[in-house]
Ligand binder design. Structure first.
Ligand code: GDP
Length: 346
């Protein structure tokens, strides 16, 4: 370890001591696009991984945290729910981190999720840590940073980590691919609206939470529960060990929070004891490795001037239908790998 920069070691020690300032700095490091920052971030993550691995060997328990994804359309009540639910989970003796993947902030610089003062009570708690979404880069990049930020939060002793996202485009899938359990929050509406819901998202949900089950919405919420429950029957569950559930809650009146947590813990216990959780995390790590390979290769390809020129030329030919897309792609890849081989042997 003495080869490591003192900055990395300091952050590592700080995180181990549950120092929030160090955790925040470390997440910023993970989000940075600077090459030296990237190297430091990987050094820090490696240290944490080593420690984790050692501890797992000692205790025989390789998973001691719970990562929960929460998605749903804007306005469904995600931040209200996380505020109330987070307080409840704290009261059960856990430490809670909340991370976000906000796809809207990438294009506009503003965001659907981040503009309002979110979770005012939870954010005041010593045992809670709330980190808004990074707002630059690609969605894939932001998701990858969040994935790494999760590891940092866990190392800082947050054993329950919530990753929130808006139900837009690819962000839900990406969040599902970094958590142990994926929870979908839906409004108290049935009929056509549930028909319109993306089937793929319902399919990857381990729990569906119908929010706003209070006052005038109460009966609509009950109907929604019935409809989602029957809709789930026709879908293939994402794990043979778990049949997805539907429950109603009210973030406003706090009803259903304990039941939500109970379902989540049931899921966690079943998936952990059957080794499914271990496999799920393993598969996810491989997936992120391949994402990283793909994006890194593309970055290198795009930052090579010569190849870039070739690509521009070929794109024109492809555009006008002069050569096939397949031949053009092969040509680019062949040139790129050939060039790389030549420089390597020099
Ligand atoms: P988000 O965009 O999904 O984070 O939604 P918010 O948490 O900002 O909530 C959107 C609106 O719904 C706000 O006006 C909340 O006060 C309201 N809301 C959230 N949860 C509930 C609930 O359980 N019942 C009712 N009646 N309103 C709620």
């Amino acid at each position: 370890h003495h080869d490591l920069p003192s900055k990395v070691l300091k952050l590592y020690e700080g995180i181990k001591m549950k120092d929030r300032y160090c955790l925040a700095k470390a997440i910023t490091l993970v989000e940075s696009i600077r090459k030296d920052h990237k190297t430091q971030a990987q050094q820090l993550l490696s240290l944490i991984l080593d420690t984790r691995h050692e501890r797992a060997k000692e205790t025989g328990d390789s998973i001691s945290t719970f990562r929960i994804g929460l998605s749903g359309p804007p306005g469904v009540g995600k931040s209200t729910f996380i505020e109330r639910f987070g307080m409840y989970v704290l009261s059960q003796g856990h430490r809670v981190a909340v991370l976000a993947v906000d796809p809207s902030s990438l294009k506009t610089g503003g965001s659907i999720m981040g503009d309002k003062t979110r979770m005012p009570e939870l954010s005041q708690q010593d045992n809670a840590y709330i980190r808004p979404s990074a707002s630059h880069g690609t969605l894939g990049g932001v998701a990858r940073n969040t994935n790494e930020a999760l590891i940092l939060c866990e190392a800082a002793g947050y054993d329950v980590c919530l990753v929130e996202t808006v139900g837009v485009g690819q962000s839900e899938t990406m969040v599902a691919e970094m958590v142990d359990m994926f929870v979908l929050m839906v409004p108290p509406a049935g009929g056509d609206e549930i028909q319109g819901l993306k089937k793929g998202i319902v399919e990857i949900s381990d729990l569906i939470v119908v929010n706003k089950s209070d006052g005038v919405f109460a009966s609509a919420a009950r109907e929604a529960v019935t409809e989602y429950t029957s809709a789930l029957k026709y879908l293939h569950p994402s794990s043979p060990f778990w049949q997805p559930r539907v429950i109603k809650v009210s973030a406003k009146t706090n009803s259903g929070l304990d039941e939500s947590w109970k379902f989540m813990q049931d899921y966690y216990n079943i998936m952990k004891s059957s080794n499914e959780l271990y496999k799920r995390r393993g598969k996810q790590r491989k997936l992120w490795m391949w994402r990283q390979i793909t994006s890194e290769l593309l970055d290198r390809l795009n930052s090579d001037k010569e190849i870039r020129n070739l690509v521009d030329e070929l794109e024109q030919k492809v555009f006008h239908g002069e050569i096939t897309s397949g031949i053009a792609a092969d040509y680019v890849v062949d040139n790129f790998t050939h060039k790389y081989n030549v420089t390597k042997t020099n």
